[in-house]
Design a protein around this ligand. Structure first.
Ligand code: NAD
Ligand code: 6OD
Length: 490
């Protein structure tokens, strides 16, 4: 049985307490995970502080950036190991993991190394009444030890999205991947080890949230900032823990994302785009669309076209290149999603497709499968319209006017992402800018430029990461103000 150990101050550390890592496509155990004790988490945090005060913290920017490039190169060299591990942990199809998760894992390190090298620093000249001047300039320093807590849906992508800029800024990291998906994080620790990252700069602890590694990180005053991706409810709990020592937090949380499809859209492109937006990663992407509003003249045709396309999804073995939809990530998550299918029935939904569990054969029979599901007919106040399901389900409803569509899309406490489908440029800008979300895509979905701000409004998040936003969150910024006497430059 494979063993996933903790990585603390450059050493792989075993634990007495172990828990199983399950392959969601088969329901079988693939590894034993070593759960970090409170003492181990304390040791990881102390190691982080030693690293920041020691060789890691003193490394000049070009050398730090060179190490980040080496990490990216090493992830790519071990591409197949990462791919296999991610598929076993999540059940995601090889077609997805090989084009999204693993390449982005490497890209995160390269991009943030580049951003660090080219990041501008603010400076202002102030003209003083006596003719002298003051020069203000900001300097960026590491914050210290960053607690990174990540979810199970895009394990490597979302972990490295935070670890890379945190390291780029010279911090040490104590990272805790989801208990459901510890595999690629463990490989990442091996990569850090093999590229010669100074011990303590990157530490990995395995475990759960409450009463385990997650809580041990967030409640430890030695953690200087917490960056978290996961459920909004968990964000609230972590925010309470961070409040005690007034630590900064960056949160990327849940969504109940809408798409607005106007009659003048490129119909086929909108159907294609929404198939991705609804079913990518079995609907387990925080930005997946669960509410689709379609302008009335094309509503019926759109529902029919989407249903027809759903029938072409290939549900099956993640290692088969033809597979386009894998299982849900865990038995527990499947119970939750099936609970929402049942609730939708009770709330009066019409099931256009799906709503059940597909019959799978042989070794896949014990996996955590559900059918891709399209529903209509729910009232806006239905729980299925208001709560995040995080599975392969969407509801379609008609709208008449642009104002109505904007109001419907924004009628949610979440505010993560939206997409707008239209050929009219004015409508596109107007509606996209009216969305109360962190990301509004036009005629597209999940297009990412890592220099762009990313995050959520409302209960979908706190702050923005990406590009300079990440550097600012992971830095302690000091403004130096120097009086320059008697100069008269214009
Ligand atoms: P989760 O909140 O259950 O868990 C996320 C992580 O937090 C895990 O590592 C877990 O062990 C840890 N955790 C749980 N309780 C904790 C506590 N009290 N203290 C410290 N750590 C704790 O989320 P999940 O089920 O793993 O992921 C799915 C959720 O994540 C969905 O809501 C999804 O929308 C959201 N998500 C958001 C984004 C985004 O960028 N906005 C991205 C991916 C996923
Ligand atoms: O692309 C990213 O950087 C990002 N944070 C994606 C989040 C996906 C949520 O499941």
């Amino acid at each position: 049985m494979k063993q996933y150990r903790n990585y603390i101050e450059g050493a792989f550390v075993e634990s007495e307490r172990r828990f199983p890592d399950i392959n969601p496509a088969t329901g079988s155990q693939v590894a034993e995970v070593h759960e970090a004790s409170a003492e181990m988490v304390r040791a990881a945090i102390a190691a982080g502080h030693r690293a920041v005060k020691g060789p890691w913290g003193r490394l000049p920017v070009p050398e730090r950036a060179a190490l980040l490039y080496r990490i990216a190169d090493e992830i790519e060299r071990r591409f197949d190991d990462f791919l296999q591990a991610e598929m076993e942990d999540t059940g995601k199809p090889v077609s997805l993991a090989s084009t999204l998760d693993i390449p982005r894992g490497a890209a995160n390190f390269r991009v943030f190394a580049d951003i660090l090298k080219t990041a501008p620093l603010e400076s202002f000249r102030t003209d003083l009444p006596d003719g002298a001047q003051a020069l203000n300039y900001a300097v960026r320093k590491p914050l210290g030890v960053i607690g990174v807590i990540s979810p199970w849906n895009l394990p490597l992508l979302l972990l490295t999205w935070k670890v890379a800029p945190a390291l780029a800024c010279g911090n040490a990291v104590v990272a805790k991947p989801s208990e459901e998906t510890p595999a690629t994080a463990t490989l990442l620790a091996e990569v850090m080890d093999s590229v010669g990252l100074p011990p303590g700069a990157f530490n990995l602890v395995h475990g759960f949230g409450p009463g385990s590694a997650g809580e041990f990180i967030t409640t430890n005053p030695g953690i200087d900032a917490i960056t978290f991706t996961g459920e909004s409810r968990t964000g609230s709990a972590i925010m309470r823990a961070a409040a005690d020592n007034v630590r900064p937090v960056s949160f990327e949380l849940g969504g109940k994302n809408a798409a607005v499809v106007f009659s003048d859209c490129d119909f086929d492109a909108a159907v294609d785009g929404l198939m991705r937006a609804i079913f990518l990663n079995t609907g387990q992407v925080c930005m997946c669309t669960e509410r689709v509003y379609v302008q009335r003249p094309i509503f019926d045709a759109f529902v029919r076209a989407l249903a027809q396309r759903v029938s072409t999804l290939r549900i099956g073995d993640p290692t088969d290149k033809a597979t386009t939809m894998g299982p849900l990530a865990s038995a527990e998550h499947r119970e939750k999603v099936l609970g929402y299918f049942q609730l939708a029935r009770e709330e009066g939904a019409t099931f256009v497709t799906g709503g059940g569990v597909p019959a799978m054969q042989s070794r896949l029979a014990e996996g955590f499968w559900v059918e891709p599901t399209v529903i209509t007919g729910l009232h806006e106040s239905a729980r299925c319209m208001r709560e995040e399901v995080f599975g392969p389900i969407c509801h379609l409803a008609p709208f008449d006017t642009e104002e109505e569509a904007i109001a419907l899309a924004n009628d949610t406490p979440y505010g993560l992402a939206a997409s707008v489908w239209t050929r009219d440029l004015d409508t596109a800008h107007r509606v996209a800018q009216s969305m109360r979300v962190g990301q509004a895509w036009v005629n597209s979905w999940f297009l990412r430029d890592l220099r762009a701000p990313f995050g959520g409004s409302g209960i979908s998040g706190v702050g923005r990461e990406g590009g300079l936003h990440s550097l600012n969150f992971y830095s302690d910024i000091t403004n130096v103000c120097i009086r320059v006497p008697g100069t008269r430059a214009a």
